[in-house]
Each structure stands twice: as structure tokens, then as C-alpha cells.
Design a protein. Sequence first.
Length: 349
Amino acid sequence: MKLLVTGGAGFIGSAVVRRAIAQGHEVVNLDALTYAACLDNVASVVDHPGYAFEQADIRDRAALDRVFDAHRPDAVMHLAAESHVDRSIDGPGTFIDTNVMGTFHLLEAARAYWTGAGRPEAFRFHHISTDEVYGSLPADPRTRFTEDTAYDPRSPYSASKAGSDHLVRAWHETYGLPVVLTNCSNNYGPYHFPEKLIPVVILNALAGKPLPIYGDGSNVRDWLYVEDHAEALLQVITRGTVGRSYAIGGENERTNLQLVQTLCAILDRKRPLPKGSYADLITFVTDRPGHDARYAIDPARIRDELGWRPSVTVEEGLERTVDWYLAHEPWWRALQHRQGVGQRLGVTA
């Protein structure tokens, strides 16, 4: 297939681009190159004959029309989004503009292209979203998000993603656009932009800085290794049922405190301090507003229908992630000067 991947220079998008090329697909990487994008993420495929890059903003309809006309993709994988909850608290307008209006413009460009091409049955518009649209779960481990969970977003970020999900479903029901949707749990792994919890902990530890944990560290997340997620997304775009949504989870629930303690233990082995443990740097800080207590996904549908399930445990994935950051200091050093990196965000509320 020829895939148009939006946000392909970001964390998850670049994993999709690299894996798609490795599987023999052609990829057109469309990215606006905002603060969290990095073309080094796709350096390994930049010279591949099946790869092309287009710098464009999903809010620019004319640019989108030009890209569709020039490349004639078989499918769209829409990952471009503002995605950091803390930043959405400080500046919600950008999230509404990019995630809602940008998705609207991309849907309209895709619909015009699809209609002009004679509405080919094989065309797909794959919208990649988050489990955060479902709100917060109780502590009971028997409760998990499924594709039928009611939406209950609680941050500007999750509300903007919920809005984009609804737009995609409406374009399918109203116009017949052949769509598939996915909602994933928290991703981690190589090339993770250094403002999210895991890279913050790794890089702060290496610098001897405090390791900040919001509240008491009891918030639970379901951790999904990014390469597993990329494989799931490619399974959905190639084999998923039109109009269907798929919840993609790592089946790796951990509290934030447990996660940070695991990272400290790994670093103690791989880059030991002269004295003490990295865990001595753990610092509890004021919680962010509206912090959801627990996320967890039941991935039964994608497992039963497409045969996908996560292959990497959180312990194995964290080992790989720490190894990657230790071996790629030039990559993360170059990003540390970008706006907001290393600062506490999301406190204006």
C-alpha cells in the first residue's frame, strides 16, 4: 500500500513510518515539524525509494489537496496531533485548532480525493486516538476500557481528541468515508520526546536532577511499547473492518511510582551512581489539575479479530528504552533546548 502518514516525524508516527517501510509499504510522511517533531526519527528510511516527505500542516487545506493529488495514497494514517496534557492546560486553543479543526480539514481533503477517485472500496482513513477520551477508571482491576466505553474526557487534550474521534465517525456515517479508528494506552520507547514521564525520569536521573512524580504516584497507566503499537496500527489499516474501532492496550498496568522505581533500578545497574540509588532522587510534586486516576484497556477485539497482542512486557520494554537513551545522547541533547522541555507545565489552572 501507499500510506499517507500524518505526524510521521513524531514519536508514534515515526515508529509507524519505519515499520511500514520495513514491511514493504510506500510511505508519504506529512508533518508540520512543530516542536515535538524530529526528522532524525526517520533518518534510517530517508533514502529508501518508497519514502517521501512533505512538510505541511493538517490545518492547511490547500496543502493537503496538493499532497493528495501529487501522491495518490491508498490509505491515510492520521497521527498528527498536539498530545501533551500539561501543554493543553496552559494553551488549550492550539489543541482545539490542531486536533479538531486539523482533523476536519484532513477528513474533507480525504473525502474530496476519495470521491474524485471514484470512491475506491480499498481506500481507508485510519484515525489514531487515545484511551484518555474515556476518562478515568476506578481502582477495581476488573474494570477496563473497551470500544463501547462511554466518552468522558477530562482535559483539554482528551476533549480535543474525543472531538476528532466523533468527526471521523460522522464522516463515515454521513458521507460513507471508509474509516477505521484506534484508541491506545500510554506509549513509551525509543524516540520518545523528552517532556513525557519516562524520558524525563531517565534524563533527569542522568543529570542528577529530581525525579518529579505528580501527587502521591498512585495514578495507574497501561504501558504499551511503541513498536508493538506500530505493528497493531498496520494490522488495523490492512485488515481492520471499515467503521470499526479497536482499543490497543499493553496489558502492563503500573502506578507512576512503580514505573519510576523500576526505571531507577535499571539505571542503578546500567549507569550506577558513586553512592546511593537513583530512587533517592524521587520527588513528589503538586498534582496537575484533573489528573485521571487510572487507565487500562481490554484489547480483546483486536486480539480476537486480528490476532494482535503486545509482545513486550513493561520490564523488557523499559530495559530497551533505557539502553536506547544511553546510546543516543546526541539525539536527546539536541531536543533539550526546545520550548517547554525541562519545565513544569500545566500549572496555570
